[in-house]
Write a protein that binds this ligand. Structure first.
Ligand SMILES: CC(C)(COP(=O)(O)OP(=O)(O)OC[C@H]1O[C@@H](n2cnc3c(N)ncnc32)[C@H](O)[C@@H]1OP(=O)(O)O)[C@@H](O)C(=O)NCCC(=O)NCCS
Length: 164
């Protein structure tokens, strides 16, 4: 897959697609918690941002990836991120994170934190590669069943922000 990717704010029509991708790509083997209703709440929340990535000129019902981030006063929390199988390992996850990091810095928020399934080695490699550091473990964070690792990134670090 080699196409121009456009990153933009999500629209209402994207909500069921994002929820379905969450079920298939993120919550595999766990109860489905990122339902359309929950994604919609984030889309409408004044302190949350839901973004999508699409191949330019592609069918509007197809997403290459998406991310959901909540912006607090001091800390931004990355709730969810996924890249469709066909687009993985092409730098799209990195582009989505970079987009959110630049937005966080513009908003004066310099710390990003997130939780990731302790048994998701690919996501752990990905976040570590992007400069996130492990700060702790949360037992049974996911539906009382599976541990999370908590990760953090300080955007004031000189190497933190990518070039525009
Ligand atoms: C984790 C995920 C978002 C990564 O997205 P991606 O677009 O494939 O990642 P990128 O291509 O931007 O990779 C950036 C770097 O991360 C690391 N990385 C990504 N995928 C990797 C893999 N499968 N194996 C090893 N390292 C990997 C690499 O260092 C890579 O850099 P490189 O390709 O120059 O070596 C994607 O695999 C995904 O959606 N997985 C399922 C959902 C999920 O786990 N989401 C995260 C938790 S919410």
């Amino acid at each position: 897959m080699n196409s121009i990717i456009e990153i933009a704010l999500a629209r209402s029509a994207d909500v069921p697609i994002i929820a379905d991708m969450s079920r298939r790509l993120v919550e595999v083997g766990l109860p489905w918690t990122w339902t359309p209703e929950r994604v919609m709440r984030h889309l409408r929340h004044p302190e949350s941002m839901v973004i999508t990535a699409r191949s330019a000129g592609c069918d509007t019902s197809t997403l290459a990836g998406f991310a959901i981030m909540h912006f607090g006063d001091d800390i931004a929390h990355l709730n969810l991120l996924a890249v469709d199988y066909r687009h993985q390992r092409l730098g799209l996850g990195r582009q989505l994170i970079n987009w959110l990091e630049r937005t966080a810095v513009a908003a004066g928020t310099f710390t990003i934190c997130l939780e990731v399934r302790a048994r998701n080695p690919v996501a752990l490699l990905f976040y570590r590669r992007l400069g996130f550091l492990e700060t702790g473990r949360v037992p049974r964070y996911y539906s009382g069943r599976e541990d999370a690792l908590r990760l953090m990134r300080d955007l004031r670090h000189p190497l933190a922000l990518p070039p525009d």
